[in-house]
Design a protein around this ligand. Structure first.
Ligand code: URA
Length: 267
């Protein structure tokens, strides 16, 4: 074993590394990069050269719940494909790929958006276009990796003319979203924008009234406790109205989620 690598870093070295990361984050912020990782991630971002040698981690035992969720999700997707509820409002040549969902099927946090856009339609993966890039920045700022959350949409296919889903379209696809939520059973849901927030909360409130306030998901098929929901503005709306006020509101909503999940700011 390398004796040098096993020597723990001095408190001074750790403080210096933290300062460097903090300064780098602050510089990025000043350069206009928002949603920089300013909390928990700084705490864990000790440069590799200063980190104590990690013991070889034993292989994780297979997680039976994740395997069960994978099987259930595959079955649900196959059922969706057979039922094809989108065929009531779109035709096969109006979209390319089904955009089902992405991420950890045992995630503590689930994001629900509206419908795939052009980039998602092309790739089959939710939130990969400009709005998706902003969502990724938000996740980084929350100290989370995209793979550790689950992301789904109300509609699984790109709507005709890229329009906002109608209530009827959302209702046709809703049963499958409810089942996705029941399979992932996250601790917290964040709904992005009006169609997702209204559907998940069975509400007709405006976005301004819903955002920033905890609500509860009581949807069909849910076993166990109700799921807290934080509605917030859709990243696409934020891109269109990129004001400090709106950014602050979304960040404040996400900070409430962080607190709820115990993602505490570093001291
Ligand atoms: N907007 C959404 O609501 N969902 C996506 O997947 C991409 C953009």
């Amino acid at each position: 074993m390398n004796a040098e690598a096993a020597t723990p870093p001095s408190p001074d070295a750790i403080a210096k590394a933290r300062r460097a990361v903090r300064q780098q984050a602050e510089t990025a912020r000043l350069l206009g990069v928002d949603f920089v990782p300013c909390f928990r991630s700084i705490e864990v971002e000790t440069p590799a050269s200063l980190a104590p040698a990690a013991p070889t981690a034993p292989a994780l035992p297979p997680d039976p719940r994740r395997r069960e969720s994978e099987a259930k999700m595959a079955e649900l997707r196959a059922r969706y494909e057979r039922d094809a509820p989108h065929e009531k409002f779109t035709t096969p040549h109006q979209f390319t790929n089904l955009v089902w969902g992405d991420g950890d099927l045992c995630a503590r946090l689930m994001f629900i958006g509206e419908a795939p856009g052009a980039d998602e339609d092309r790739t089959g993966v939710p939130f990969v276009g400009r709005a998706g890039q902003l969502l990724s920045k938000m996740l980084v700022a929350m100290g989370l990796q995209r793979e550790s959350v689950y992301i789904a949409n109300v509609l699984k296919t790109r709507p005709p003319n890229n329009a906002t889903p109608t209530i009827e379209e959302a209702a046709l696809c809703a049963p499958y979203l409810h089942e996705q939520i029941a399979i992932v059973r996250p601790e917290v849901i964040v709904t992005l924008g009006l169609p997702a927030s209204r559907l998940v909360l069975d509400s007709s409130e405006s976005m301004g009234n819903m955002r920033g306030r905890w609500a509860e998901y009581v949807g069909p098929g849910l076993q166990g406790p109700r799921i807290p929901v934080m509605p917030t503005y859709h990243p696409a709306f934020l891109l269109r109205s990129y004001t400090p006020e709106n950014r602050k509101k979304v960040w404040s909503d996400l900070q409430m989620v962080m607190t709820r999940l115990g993602l505490q700011p570093a001291p």
